[in-house]
Design a protein around this ligand. Structure first.
Ligand SMILES: Nc1nc2c(ncn2[C@@H]2O[C@H](COP(=O)(O)OP(=O)(O)OP(=O)(O)O)[C@@H](O)[C@H]2O)c(=O)[nH]1
Ligand SMILES: [Mg+2]
Length: 582
């Protein structure tokens, strides 16, 4: 295919603004997928069952379409992207594979945080941007307001397409704009292969399948290839295009988007952002080849302890995690041990949604329901008692009427406002805030004070000193490792009291007294106790002399003491789980 008849583009937007639905219409117009099939499977490119069920895209999805704009037949490579902030990195890598984007804005919601964030990223890549307002059919559509918001972002009304991805209104004209306005790729067909890996999936039988944009040269089945940075070498098992199913073509050349089956067994050695080149006698030239600009590798930010509820499920759990990290290189994990829960794993995710999806996959695909401990972020240990925590730059987009609530929430979450800007009827508030606020309810709190209208975007900035203390929970002087955590010093007392109280409610009585303590080092912040069952040793004695009674009581006391002294603290599993899981 002549490069000048190729267009590589993505649809970007805030979550739920209609990207996947618009993709459906494009698939229909280009007859890539049969209309009846599309009717049965809305958001056709969301192949993942969890995606389908939640109505949310979690993975970018490329598809090749053929469209005739008289008198030419064009190849349109479309990449549908996820909108949720947890998966923003999927958007950034998509952009590097394209020459242009459709920026979609929901007419009922207007410009939201990811609209602005993705627009900024597309501008950074110097892409052609086609703005489109979607859902003009919706009763709540406020097209004029959204036009104003787009004008604030630098677009002119004349540039904007007004569409309904649902009814198909004006969608074909939008597709034609892609051909007319987005430039064709300009790779060098005759030079050495350079292919940018923008995604990778794992196939149990064929190893890692790299999703690539061929920048220069060509690649074919059986070619010897090499990754420029990792130096990993292999031979191409198969190569082809997305229909969106993988269909072999045996060759891909400059300007095209497709896949390369590498046979490599470890997804971590096929890094997204890597450049693939030829591995051949051209070695000398190879070494002069510059790698293509890669992407930021996503870093796990939220960590959970993941423990089998039953120790005989440990092996199955390890196997499942190993399989899942094979297909998702952004998850980190290592083994860990808890005196109370036994062997388990520490698993790191991009965010809470990412973790939630992982949890669901364990259940669905592996029939496993392990215990997830309280989430935490990674702290940097500086020196004795001195810690740093990750900070972010947070932008909150919200209609003016909810500004008060948003400011209160952000203040309570240790946010420091750095900027406030009016964008038509919307306000954008910028904050410096600890990233850990995401695991302390930031998103739901913002939603609840804004009737669901607040939307957020964040960028990690740096690690900053944090006044953190390690709050330990002890039962009868034994530290319960899985209940200990880092808390801010000024919240420690409150958290300690809450914890002790909750534990008191969760623990059943025992034969012995149970003393609950929450402390920082030797300083006890909260103390509670659960009295023992009182075995009524005297009940069966009628009368009897005083000394005998005393003797018995003494014996019982000793028994208790013994219990206290020697018995290991045993917490019933259900009680401990209920403490951890909430
Ligand atoms: N009324 C109306 N609803 C639409 C239109 N386009 C999409 N929707 C609805 O909006 C919801 C979200 O659509 P999706 O296509 O899944 O949105 P998305 O942008 O792909 O969402 P994420 O991938 O999760 O970010 C669905 O319920 C669609 O049916 C439209 O033009 N009009
Ligand atoms: Mg989608």
């Amino acid at each position: 295919m002549d490069q000048k008849n190729i267009r590589n583009f993505a649809i970007i937007a805030h979550v739920d603004h209609g990207k996947s639905t618009l993709s459906d219409r494009f698939l229909e117009i280009t007859k890539t997928i049969d209309k009846t099939k599309l009717e049965k499977n809305e958001q056709f490119l969301d192949k993942n069952p969890i995606s389908r069920e939640r109505g949310i895209t979690i993975k970018l999805a490329p598809v090749k379409m053929i469209y005739s704009l008289y008198p030419t037949l064009y190849t349109l490579n479309l990449i549908d992207t996820p909108g949720h902030v947890d998966f923003s990195y999927e958007v950034s890598r998509t952009l590097a594979a394209c020459e242009g984007v459709i920026l979609l804005v929901d007419a009922t919601k207007g410009v939201q945080a990811q609209t602005v964030a993705h627009l900024r990223a597309a501008k950074r890549e110097n892409l052609v941007i086609i703005p489109a307002i979607n859902k003009i059919d919706a009763p709540l559509a406020n097209v004029e307001r959204v036009v104003k918001q787009l004008e604030v972002l630098g677009f002119q009304k004349e540039q904007i397409s007004f569409i309904s991805a649902k009814t198909g209104q004006n969608v074909e004209q939008l597709l034609q704009r892609v051909i007319i306005e987005i430039p064709s790729p300009r790779g060098n067909l005759d030079s050495l292969l350079r292919a940018l890996i923008f995604d990778a999936v794992y196939d149990e039988h064929r190893g890692v399948v790299a999703f690539v944009r061929i920048v220069d040269g060509a690649v074919s089945t059986n070619s010897a290839i090499e990754m420029i940075q990792s130096k990993v070498k292999t031979s191409v098992i198969d190569t082809g295009i997305f229909t969106p199913m993988l269909v072999s073509t045996g060759i891909l050349s400059a300007g095209e988007i497709g896949y390369i089956v590498t046979g490599i067994k470890n997804i971590r050695s096929v890094r997204v952002g890597e450049t693939i080149t030829q591995n051949s006698k051209f070695k000398i030239q190879n070494s002069k080849l510059s790698p293509l600009p890669g992407y930021k590798t996503p870093k796990p930010m939220v960590f959970f302890g993941v423990y089998p509820r039953n120790s005989d499920e440990l092996i199955a759990l390890r196997g499942a995690i190993e399989k899942l990290i094979l297909i998702d290189a952004s998850i980190s994990f290592h083994e860990e041990y808890s005196a109370f829960l036994g062997s388990g794993f520490r698993v790191g995710f991009l965010g809470l949604l990412h973790a939630d999806i992982f949890k669901q996959r364990l259940q669905r695909e592996f029939d496993l329901n392990p215990l997830f401990t309280m989430p935490h972020v990674q702290y940097e240990f500086q020196s004795e008692g001195i810690y740093k925590e990750p900070f972010m730059h947070l932008s909150v987009h919200v209609p003016q009427e909810y500004i008060g609530g948003v400011m209160t929430v952000c203040q309570n979450k240790r946010g420091v406002m750095t900027n406030m800007e009016y964008q038509d009827t919307n306000i954008v508030l910028d904050y410096d805030m600890p990233y850990a606020m995401f695991i302390r309810g930031l998103s739901p709190d913002l939603k609840s004070v804004s009737a669901g209208f607040a939307s957020i975007d964040y960028e990690l900035t740096n690690y900053r000193l944090a006044d953190l203390v390690s709050l330990e929970t002890k039962i009868n002087e034994v530290t319960v490792d899985v209940l200990s955590e880092f808390v801010y010093r000024d919240e420690a007392e409150f958290v300690a009291r809450q914890k002790a109280q909750k534990l008191k409610e969760a623990l059943p009585r025992q034969q012995f007294r149970q003393i609950i303590q929450c402390s920082i080092g030797s300083r006890i912040l909260a103390r509670d106790e659960i009295p023992p069952f009182r075995k009524d040793v005297l009940a069966k004695m009628s009368g009897g002399d005083r000394t005998r009674k005393d003797k018995l009581l003494e014996a019982q006391k000793k028994g208790k003491k013994k219990m206290l002294g020697i018995s290991k603290v045993e917490i019933p599993q259900s009680a401990l789980f209920s403490m951890i899981e909430s």
